[in-house]
Design a protein around this ligand. Sequence first.
Ligand code: PLP
Length: 451
Amino acid sequence: GIDPVAARSAARRHDRAHVLHPWTAHAAFDPVVVAGAQGAHFWSEDGRRWLDFSSQLVNVNVGHQHPRLIAAIRAQAETLCTVAPYHANAATSEAARLIAEVAPGDLDKVFFTNGGAEAIENAIRMARLHTGRHKVLSTYRSYHGATAAAIAATGDPRRWPSEPHAAPGFVHFWGPYPYRSAFHSDSEGQECERALAHLADTIAFEGPHTIAAVLLETVVGANGILAPPDGYLRGVRRLCDDHGIAMIADEVMTGFGRCGEWFAIDRWRVAPDLIAFAKGVNSGYVPLGGVIVSERIAEGFAARPYPGGLTYSGHPLACAAAVACIGIYREEGILERVRHLGEAVIGPALREIQARHRSVGDVRGLGMFWAIELVRDRASREPLVPFNAAGAANLPMAELAAECKRRGLWPFTFSNRLHVVPPLTIGEQDLREGLAIIDEALAVADRHAGG
Ligand code: PLP
């Protein structure tokens, strides 16, 4: 094996010399070298340890090193590590059966990918082939992945550098967001109504006959933990039906328990035509994503071949991990637990935090999917850092993240928000302790807030 002492500095040295990390300017980058992880904790080779309130990238839903997941991957490795996707195998078949079983409506067939972005690529391809149209409508406050179509559909600034190379026909609109309404509404009901009217207008002016899909994160993730007002998703479903547009739910972050449901969309009892999933399907132990497809759309590929594929579509190791992970969600009662802890622990704790800190403008979420939105001033709602802030302008958020880490909590921060997204299996004691750390660390943000 690898000598751990020799590996220590070597891991960092070789990383700095040879690894290009995503979204990172590498010259001054100095990553933590992770040596191990267990449950809701991970630690570095130099002995620092953190409570993981980010679930890495909101994907390690059942926590680190779950013994049952490890055993399933090990058993599959000993049986059949890999096979071409034109064969069938037991692990892939069983994963597809289980995913279809928990999916809403008549979504009954699964196209497997390696992750979320490829799931979005293929969902868009299917919608285009099904409708014979090309445009994709998605919201400004969204992230859909970093490959060609997924980044073009993304609404946040991560799209900008790729935009000059993007194909035409990606149109953005405003989704509902009561705290910062694009529609100047003053209630959830009004926000819902106006957001639907805005989407209806966007469809009309783009030309319904040109639109293949409306693509939505069911609950917006990185861009703010924005749960739609009741009635919004049903309204979107109706607009799609009226105009023959495919409805794609991006459940890459929200699917598989994060919101206390198999899919967040279940909460509003709406069935989309396509669901993109990844992350929580197997908690990221082996890369896996995919698209769950309705009967109607799958029917289109009954007689003609589906024009898309991947060498690792339905990879046995990844699918064996999905089978085990879905088993864990069921047998450990994770969905019920997530709903309970969200309502009984996280929500109340965040509302107390809001009352204690002048920098907290809004707290919101569901299940184990929450945001603390930070402001300079509660009355004006001026964000703690400007939109798309970098460098010195982002200092208040950088200081807050550093303070959380110093106190032993690894946070998920994005823009002017701190998200509370721990593993779904986190112990209640650890959860309360993490919320207490955030409470203390927020003194750093309060220093930048006036009102
Ligand atoms: N869609 C959503 C909602 C996501 O949050 C992400 C990743 O964070 C993606 C798509 C892209 O997934 P991946 O990074 O696996 O390609």
